[in-house]
Design a binder for this molecule. Structure first.
Ligand code: NI
Length: 297
């Protein structure tokens, strides 16, 4: 009986989440400056109420229970981190937010075909027995995982404690199913401030924004998404969402176009090479000016 109830929950959760995210547009609407419009906050609050549908500790316990022996006697083996000199070769870091979702496996297949590595920013509440397999695949195939909060609120609208809870719960669930400790945070909507920075630092997460926004949550047209992604420059971080079919459909084309231009597809950490990404600090790729310094100066 308990199994049936859990099964129904798993079935309904991704659908509910995708509806919520879809309604909110899941708009990472503010590129690197990290500002968020009042209108956006109002819209998000109206359409995506912050709810704790599943207790993170219970979720982690269930996931572990459904994968006997994990973690422990079947540790995931991540390939050794590659040493790519992105100051010498053309690198681009593709990033996928808001999953894992039904399409994520297809994205992983296409990345594998092109020997491409990417970074996936995980919404904790999207993790379930099916999608947790995608997370494990990401780790074993050399992709990077980052924290994208528990249920995608604008973190700037929350209290210190609530921000920390959003980050820690997602850390906990991802650690439970992959053994990996994430070092990166992408604040939902790019909304960040001193409070978010402080909590990110506490949890050990560098804040990763972007310099190329495909606006794929708004424009559900794979050719448009592919074209925008292909406008990447050496050192770019490209923002996409693997919860949209149109984005997934764009992936083969953007991989091919960037490959023809001579790009190597790297994770965010690989993009920065030996540079240590400091917890709490903001990064938006190596292609443009350092928005951090510019804004804070
Ligand atoms: Ni997002």
């Amino acid at each position: 009986m308990a199994v049936v109830r859990i099964g129904v929950l798993w079935l309904s959760l991704p659908l509910t989440l995708s509806m919520v995210l879809g309604l909110s547009g899941c708009g990472e609407v503010r590129a690197p400056a990290g500002e968020i419009h009042k209108d956006d906050v109002v819209r998000v609050r109206k359409t995506a109420p912050v709810r704790r549908a599943v207790d993170p500790e219970q979720l982690a316990a269930r996931l572990i229970a459904q994968q006997p022996g994990w973690p422990g006697d079947r540790p995931l083996v991540a390939p050794r981190r590659r040493s790519i000199r992105c100051k010498q070769v053309k690198c681009v870091a593709l990033t996928f937010d808001d999953g894992p979702f039904d399409y994520t496996g297809k994205v992983l297949d296409m990345l594998a075909e092109h020997h491409a590595k990417a970074t996936f920013f995980v919404v904790g509440q999207m993790v379930n027995p099916q999608t947790s397999l995608f997370l494990r695949r990401m780790v074993s195939e050399g992709h990077e995982l980052g924290n994208h909060s528990w249920d995608h609120p604008p973190l700037t609208s929350l209290s210190h404690d609530a921000v920390r809870g959003q980050l820690e719960h997602t850390q906990q669930v991802v650690k439970a199913v992959t053994g990996a400790t994430m070092r990166l945070l992408r604040p939902p909507y790019g909304a960040t401030d001193a409070k978010v920075a402080e909590e990110a630092e506490h949890v050990g997460l560098a804040q990763i924004l972007w310099d190329v926004d495909t606006l794929d949550w708004r424009d559900r047209d794979s050719s448009v998404v592919a074209r925008r992604a292909s406008d990447a420059r050496p050192g770019s971080i490209v923002l996409m969402h693997d919860i949209h079919k149109s984005t997934v459909d764009a992936v083969p084309r953007l991989l091919s176009e960037l490959q023809v231009k001579g790009y190597t597809f790297v994770t965010v950490s690989e993009l920065y090479g030996t540079q240590v990404l400091a917890p709490g600090k903001r990064y938006a790729g190596e292609a443009g000016e350092d928005e951090n310094d510019k804004k804070r100066s």
